[in-house]
Write a protein that binds this ligand. Structure first.
Ligand SMILES: Nc1ncnc2c1ncn2[C@@H]1O[C@H](COP(=O)(O)OP(=O)(O)OP(=O)(O)O)[C@@H](O)[C@H]1O
Ligand SMILES: [Mg+2]
Length: 364
């Protein structure tokens, strides 16, 4: 079922938690709200569930405005970070509870519980109580309880954040599979970018109660619309270098580094004087040998992760992170030379933080 937020704001006293939010979630879409703590994700979700009243604006489910519809009549199912299972009930009773309160016929209940339990692989746990389950198992029960209702919309608020890293990864895959099987419209909140990237059809990156970019995960990563999104998505985060364009010399001149810009970059910055360059760690090349146009740098710290190595570099007073392959073992304080892959440069207006338009692709 399609969901829309139209100019939705939420104030808590004088504090604006959500600021004129416009968002459309398509039928069957898995949309992720991603953003730092306090940016308004949970508030956005709770307004759709009806647990929080919007200060202004309209929320619709299907074609119907639900502003005046009671939470229990909205036909949405919410899964929280804390699973909130009923401790005195068995798993089976927990899962069937939403059906009982909704007056589903007795004959229909066992079949639906069984199907939900199958989907989540918890058939063997139906007779247990929540305290006899692991965190991951509890989370599955909570999900089963949400899907058994066959709601029009799923709302999930950091449902995996109480799980250990391994289980979290596993459940992430299970959620994706569940979405594939059920195709239910889902609004999913997280501040974990890997979750957002892997689960979402589209991601809405939020900051300060506003959506800073709404796009596919790949576009969010490859073409961040502004500096906030660029810096928030990606780990280690994108490097930023402030500086000026010298069109005559065809150079970028930063505080501690200067280097020539290739024509495809220069053609994008004709109107710019000052510029913020963004470059992801994988776009930084590092060499032990000096080379033409290479920027001198030294290794501050090197982190070998097994399949890749991150080099944290000092370039004058600036810090740059580079990602290199696993075999790169370079000692602290080693002198190196770096350059930036100019195909991979992101350009931002230093005043507004907005992305400088990419312009037409240069034939290669
Ligand atoms: N009931 C409330 N009264 C006052 N302020 C609130 C209330 N609920 C939330 N806020 C404030 O609104 C802002 C948004 O809160 P929200 O819970 O939506 O953030 P969030 O993005 O979910 O953050 P987190 O990732 O930490 O869960 C925060 O600054 C929070 O302090
Ligand atoms: Mg929250």
């Amino acid at each position: 079922m399609k969901v829309t937020y139209i100019d939705v704001s939420k104030h808590f006293g004088s504090f604006q938690a959500v600021d004129r939010l416009n968002l459309k979630i398509e039928t069957g879409e898995f949309l992720v709200l991603l953003g730092p703590s306090g940016c308004g994700k949970t508030t956005t979700l709770r307004m759709l569930a009806g647990l929080e009243e919007a200060s202004s604006g309209d929320i619709t489910i299907g074609e119907v405005c639900v502003n005046q519809v009671a939470p229990r009549d909205r036909d949405v199912a919410m899964v929280f970070q804390s699973y909130a299972l009923y401790p005195h009930m068995t798993v089976e009773e927990n899962i069937s509870y939403p059906l009982k309160v909704r007056k589903i016929t007795r004959a229909e209940i066992p079949g639906r519980v069984s199907k939900a339990a199958d989907l989540l692989g918890i058939h063997g746990l139906l007779k247990r109580r929540p305290k006899e389950l692991s965190g991951g198992q509890r989370q599955r029960v909570a999900l089963a309880r949400a899907i058994v209702r066959q709601p029009r919309v799923f709302l999930m608020d950091e449902p995996l954040s109480n799980l250990d890293a391994q289980l979290r990864l596993h459940m992430r895959g299970e959620l994706k599979r569940l979405q594939y099987e059920l195709g239910t419209t889902t609004l999913y909140v997280t501040h974990d970018q890997a979750e957002a990237m892997t689960l979402a059809h589209r991601v809405a990156v939020m900051d300060g109660g506003r959506i800073k970019q709404l796009d596919t995960p790949l576009n969010i990563y490859q073409r961040p619309a502004n500096r906030f999104v660029a810096g928030f998505v990606g780990s280690p985060r994108m490097n930023f270098v402030e500086g000026k364009i010298d069109l005559g010399e065809r150079k970028f001149v930063g505080h501690t580094m200067a280097f020539p810009l290739q024509p495809q970059v220069l053609s994008r910055v004709a109107g710019q004087q000052r510029l913020t360059l963004g470059i992801r760690p994988e776009g930084v090349r590092v060499s032990l040998q000096q080379f033409e146009g290479g920027i001198p740098a030294s290794i501050y710290v090197s982190e070998a992760l097994g399949n890749e190595t991150f080099l944290f570099l000092n370039v004058g007073s600036e810090k740059i992170v580079a990602r290199t392959d696993a075999t790169a073992r370079i000692d602290i304080e080693t002198k190196v030379w770096i350059s930036f892959d100019q195909q991979a440069l992101h350009l931002f207006d230093p005043l507004t933080g907005d992305r400088v338009p990419d312009g037409p692709a240069v034939p290669s």
